[in-house]
Design a protein. Structure first.
Lengths: 522, 302
């Protein structure tokens, strides 16, 4: 069945998942639903301690068995040890058919690939899969499906009960013996625990794993004892060097700076750039440079931001320090400056649900004026792909891309026109992950295309000296440089689903096939 | 018939290693006035043929969007320069830059090879221009004869690195070691009616120093500057491009001189400044520069 972005979703997949096809961002507005309630075990006679000695012991206590869903958060990024240590125990116990519901999976989790191959893990529900797991999934090694969701979509799925977590494992930089967890303090300081909050609220069993046990009460708790069943102390939950890095050196790549200048000039000429505006950006070189340039323009024009949202980095936190924004709303911290900034009274921690769940009665993304995003590919319909690489292998994550793009009044994608000889603006993206209806502007090193669905923005830019072109023109320039790319070749088998924020199917990802040249090209 | 682009706008001439595809594939996005595709110092001795290969194909296949394409050949004392010129001309370059020029004879030797390459590859006679880089004390002293050596020659450039070594000093960042050469070259170029370009500024982290350097050479009368990184381009263009106020004042000067000439008045004031006929050409140049740099607006002709 064709969906609203023109992708054919196989009937078999619709039957198998019970899902509908994507019918547009606003399709479910006003829908009434009852939230899922977790099976909760009351803890009366714990003696004031929920401590268990080992992960294995806690798995037994939680009644681990074949077919369960276990969940994880990705605040420790490439430094995470939790997923591997838990899956190693589950594997050692001979448990099979586990579904991993992680907020994201990355290179740190390469060691669990053998557990995919041997059927310990047969399902994945995650924002994305990078590294060797992505290769394994795209190579058809996962028995079930990998469902790629957005950060907001994941919370929606958990709260509606579409995904039922049996055991949530929460890596906690500090925790007391009664289960009060905080994202700050300790060796593996990651600042916030936003992605884990839905897990704590909706999983049947919640296990906190920490390498820094502190005396009760570890207050104010980011995740409360009221939600935690067990606490396990281990030697290390992560590699601090890979959790929060030093602030990225400002880019000197003139191409990125050029795009950042274009982006800033675009932003300041929109009607939304006025006192009290709101803004979110990512962690790429061009995004960070855009924030620095924007701060310069704000100062020059005496304009203040009301709130900044992130995925935070130093340049965003500098806005708070310099009094250029009233506050920051934080779901994740990418560098030490951001972790440090969490202590500021106007640096607010928010849950992933508050941030982006489309089935809430409100989410922060809907209050955004601007979001600056990246993309692997954008097509002439403004559809973006941020998950599947040019070789057809799953190599990225949806993250907050579809959430913020849908919510923000002005969603800007910044990308070089060609990336390593692959055109980033193309006729049709390999996989649709964010629908074109959410994207307002594409900024490249060769020019800027405004979505024709935004005549107001086109009008606002009428006398602005920027290299405006149509998206088709950008594609043509890209193809003139790189040539028209051959389509990636896939097998029939569907290995992954790109789940829209609202739980419908945006696209499917098929198993990759080694590239074969067509006869006339040989 | 010599190419009439000799006087084109050349505020920035950006060096790019001809061997690096990532550099030469699209430098036009940064909008320099000219690029200099380098076969000389940036390319190792055993890579000269490889660089010529990528140079030729880049020139043949990339649309540089109207930006002037100059090729820096190897010096006349090397075994490479003749083949460099052949490849550059065959590829369709706009000009060649002769390094380490020390005499009019150097220019004429290179010109002869350009002549024959034009014939060999069927390019119109006189279509390939020449510029000369002055890199020694002798070159500085011979600047005028170099400037006058060929009808193809559109300008000379100071190359500070080699020049300061020859002078037994070094680049200080103050410009003091370049003072004599700069002054000499710009005078020689003006006397011969050709353009004059300043040397590169190599400290990419010192953008303030770069700005001061450009302000200095702008006031000295140079037509532009060689740059080594796109981030230097905007600063040069900013300093070299007349402002709206400059253009409006230039128009006032032109109008007043035209009007006063009718009524026989030679000296008068515009906005409190004393003006006479000597300001006429300068005002016209300001307007021409504004137009050439693409920032000109008709409504400034008030």
């Amino acid at each position: 069945m064709l969906n609203a972005v023109g992708r054919e979703i196989p009937e078999e997949i619709l039957r198998m998942t019970g899902k509908e096809v994507f019918q547009g961002n606003g399709h479910y507005d006003g829908i009434v639903y009852r939230k899922h309630g977790p099976k909760t075990t009351c803890v009366i006679n714990s003696g004031g301690s929920k401590l268990k000695k080992t992960i294995q012991e806690v798995l037994v206590e939680c009644g681990i068995r074949d077919g369960m869903t276990v969940s994880f958060h990705h605040h420790f990024r490439d430094g995470d040890y939790i997923v591997n240590m838990v899956m190693e125990e589950i594997h050692a116990m001979g448990i099979k058919n586990i579904t991993i519901c992680a907020s994201s999976l990355g290179k740190a989790h390469d060691p669990i690939v053998p557990y995919i191959e041997d059927g310990t893990i047969t399902g994945i529900y995650s924002s994305g899969v990078r590294g060797k797991i992505g290769e394994a999934v795209s190579g058809g090694k996962l028995k079930g499906l990998a469902v790629m969701c957005s950060h907001g979509g994941r919370v929606r799925a958990i709260e509606t009960g579409e995904v039922q977590i049996d055991i949530a494992f929460i890596g906690a930089p500090t925790c007391d013996e009664y289960g009060n967890c905080r994202g700050i303090g300790g060796r593996s300081n990651c600042g916030v625990l936003s992605y884990a909050m839905a897990d704590a609220g909706y999983a049947d069993r919640v296990v906190a794993i920490t390498d820094c046990l502190v005396p009760f009460p570890n207050f104010p708790a980011h995740i409360s004892m009221t939600q935690v069943d067990y606490v396990v102390e281990v030697e290390a939950i992560g590699d601090p060097a890979k959790i929060a890095t030093g602030a990225a050196k400002p880019t000197t790549d003139q191409r990125k700076l050029l795009m950042a200048e274009y982006c800033t000039k675009f932003v300041v000429n929109t009607p939304y750039f006025k006192d009290g505006f709101s803004y979110q950006t990512g962690v790429g070189g061009a995004s960070i440079a855009s924030t620095v340039f924007l701060a310069r323009e704000m100062k020059k024009r005496n304009i203040r931001m009301r709130f900044g949202v992130g995925g935070l980095t130093k340049p965003m936190c500098d806005l708070l320090i310099n009094g250029q924004t009233d506050c920051l709303l934080d779901t994740q911290d990418f560098d030490l400056a951001a972790v440090e900034s969490v202590k500021d009274l106007h640096h607010f921690r928010i849950s992933a649900g508050e941030y982006a769940n489309p089935f809430n009665k409100g989410a922060v993304v809907n209050k955004l004026d601007f979001v600056i995003l990246a993309a692997l590919e954008v097509d002439v319909h403004f559809n973006c792909n941020v998950v599947v690489g040019s070789d057809g292998v799953i190599a990225g994550a949806q993250g907050g891309h579809p959430d913020t793009a849908a919510g923000a009044k002005c969603a800007i994608v910044v990308t070089p026109l060609s990336q390593g000889r692959i055109p980033a603006v193309c006729t049709e993206v390999t996989t649709v992950t964010t629908p074109g209806e959410s994207i307002d502007v594409v900024i490249t090193d060769y020019g800027i295309a405004i979505n024709p669905a935004r005549p107001d923005l086109i009008q606002a830019m009428k006398n602005v000296d920027l290299p405006f072109r149509s998206i088709e023109e950008l594609r043509d320039i890209a193809y003139a440089i790189t040539g028209r790319p051959e389509k990636v070749q896939f097998m029939d088998r569907v290995v992954g689903i790109i789940e829209s924020r609202d739980g419908t199917i945006m696209d499917v990802v098929r198993q990759v096939k080694p590239f074969m040249f067509s006869e006339e090209r040989v | 018939m010599i190419n009439d682009n000799r006087k084109r706008l050349r505020r920035t001439m950006m060096f790019l290693n001809a061997q690096k595809p990532a550099l030469i594939k699209d430098p036009y996005i940064y909008k320099p006035d000219s690029i200099i595709l380098d076969l000389e110092d940036a390319v190792a001795e055993n890579q000269k043929d490889v660089a010529r290969f990528s140079l030729y194909h880049a020139l043949r296949s990339i649309d540089y969007c109207g930006i002037e394409r100059v090729v820096r050949i190897n010096a006349l004392g090397t075994p490479y320069w003749r083949e460099d010129i052949r490849c550059a001309v065959a590829g369709g370059c706009d000009a060649v830059r002769i390094p380490k020029a020390e005499s009019a004879e150097d220019i004429r030797r290179a010109e002869a090879v350009v002549d024959s390459a034009e014939k060999e590859f069927g390019r119109p006679e006189g279509s390939v221009l020449i510029m000369a880089a002055i890199e020694s004390a002798r070159g500085v002293m011979k600047a005028l004869e170099i400037c006058e050596a060929s009808a193809r020659l559109f300008g000379i450039a100071l190359s500070g690195g080699d020049y300061t070594k020859d002078l037994q000093t070094h680049i200080t960042g103050t410009g003091i070691e370049l003072m004599g050469a700069r002054q000499n070259l710009v005078i020689a170029a003006r006397a011969a009616g050709v353009q004059c370009f300043d040397t590169v500024y190599t400290d990419l982290d010192d953008m303030e120093g770069f700005r001061r350097d450009v302000e200095t050479i702008h006031l000295m009368g140079f037509d532009g500057k060689s740059v080594i990184n796109p981030r230097q381009i905007d600063i040069v263009h900013e300093i070299y491009t007349p402002s709206k106020e400059d253009v409006e004042f230039a128009w006032k000067v032109i109008r007043e001189i035209d009007a006063k000439r009718q009524s026989g008045i030679g000296v008068f004031t515009v906005d409190g400044k004393m003006i006479d006929i000597a300001f006429y050409d300068g005002a016209k140049r300001t307007i021409a520069l504004a137009k050439a740099s693409g920032m000109y607006r008709e409504e400034w002709e008030c």
